[in-house]
Write a new protein. Structure first.
Length: 256
């Protein structure tokens, strides 16, 4: 029997499922890549492969319809999402999606980092950098998310405290990291609500548990990144400093 030494085992290139490798190169989403492979459109090192989970080295020569699939440059974008758009690429009900804001841009496949529901608006990130996206969403230093929320009544101290304590809803504990009043009228008010986690329709469900209607919801910041004056529906690339800060890293001084 020929034994493989530990050193030779460690030198083997890492492999992943073929669809995942295609997706990580920014060519398509994971589900799109799986469909391409099953349709027989993908070759690895010159051979057609129809199993999306076939183990594939990160550096393998991959083609789709005969065209090479090269690793795309890392893209990191921010969008001021308008109300009424769905955060998905394709909507079975035919509604407009956030990708309509990216039309005309020469981009590889990018995906939203998290979601904003159809009625919500504001800061939404896009990237093809899955490692960075995971750090922003779920990393140990994942940034806080800040929202400005219009509600159907003026708040009192008891409501603010209750929102911060939270409630149980559909088996999930929903709470705000912090809540403060921005401005109040006779019949409504604007709150600043900060979350340290993001569950599906988190703020709307939290407010509804106390009989409060959400009239408008705008995400204005993710960690240190602020929506600022970016026009509704407009997109801009993040700076290197912003990319590093959102992932919880310290950006090195220029010149290093």
């Amino acid at each position: 029997m020929v034994r493989t030494s530990p050193s030779s085992q460690h030198s083997r290139p890492a492999t992943h499922g073929l669809a995942r490798v295609i997706s990580k190169r920014g060519h398509a989403s994971r589900s799109q890549a799986e469909a391409m492979v099953r349709e027989g459109r993908v070759a690895v090192d010159g051979r057609i492969v129809t199993d999306p989970e076939a183990r594939t080295a990160a550096g393998a020569a991959i083609t789709v319809d005969g065209s090479p699939v090269e690793a795309a440059a890392k893209i990191h974008l921010m969008l001021n999402k308008p109300r009424g758009l769905v955060t998905t690429r394709n909507d079975p009900e035919g509604r407009r999606t956030v990708y309509s804001c990216l039309e005309g841009l020469e981009l590889p496949h990018v995906a939203p980092v998290g979601r904003l529901d159809m009625a919500s608006e504001g800061l939404l990130l896009f990237t093809n950098d899955t490692v960075w996206a995971n750090a922003v969403l779920d990393g140990p230093g994942a940034p806080l998310k800040t929202y400005h929320v219009k509600i159907d009544r003026p708040p009192d101290d008891a409501l603010v405290a209750a929102l911060q304590r939270g409630v149980k809803d559909a088996g999930e504990h929903l709470a705000a990291r912090s809540v403060r009043s921005l401005r109040e009228g006779v019949r409504n008010a604007w709150l600043e609500i900060v979350l340290d986690e993001g569950r599906n329709r988190h703020i709307r469900r939290l407010l509804a548990a106390f009989g409060i209607e959400t009239l408008r919801l705008v995400r204005v910041a993710i960690g240190p990144l602020e929506l600022g004056t970016l026009a509704k529906g407009a997109v801009r690339p993040l700076t290197a400093e912003e990319i590093a800060a959102l992932a919880g890293n310290t950006f090195p001084p220029q010149g290093r």
